[in-house]
Design a protein around this ligand. Sequence first.
Ligand code: VGL
Ligand code: ZN
Length: 236
Amino acid sequence: MLDRRRIVAGLGTIAVATLVPKHLWAAAIKPDDGSALLVIDVQNCFLPGGSLAVKDGEQVVPVINKIAKSFANVVMTQDWHTPGHISFASVHSGKKPFEVIELAYGKQVLWPDHCVQGTDGAGLSKDLAIPQAELIIRKGFHKDVDSYSAFTEADGKTTTGLAAYLKARNVERVFVAGLATDFCVAWTALDARKAGFETYVVEDACRGIDTQGSLAKAWADMDKAGVKRIQSADIG
Ligand code: VGL
Ligand code: ZN
């Protein structure tokens, strides 16, 4: 039987839950020394005016700057393609951006030329304000292999070295933010799970491309893999 104290305590919780906005009472997630923020591809090409602009992509920048203040460990990534990269529609005759083709390593969505090494489009947003970021991982620099994930290239085996780096520094938890939710963010989060990290995606610190149902599929895949979907207000 429920004793009176437990009933009173229970009623208290209900009262708090009803009256206080969720972000004020939800157990805040406090990043510690074993946590790292992975800031994915916040680059000019994916921002307004860029060659592969993600809708509302610029809105992630202030959110990422804010949550980054809670992290001692921040890693950024930079999509960094060769000219004529295999993921560019322009190198496949008769193909247009967003069409899907079959390559040696599987399906590949074709993109407008973007994030070519050394170009302004490949630069990180000048509005990012994360001076403590300790590592920038470049990816997608092998001409014949794409790399959405910050951990493993699209062939499923070539590593970027990020998992080993994080493990060497005793990181156990990663928080993923940036662009685009359904490609580089999702593939990074899925690989983080495969590498054994507790993995959070900060939804309002990401924006998606959403081509051919990719955004819903990405969230379903992440959910199945045990990726935790949180909001920036949950951190702090
Ligand atoms: C990305 C498409 C192509 C991304 C990179 O950062 O999500 N998407 N290259
Ligand atoms: Zn790319």
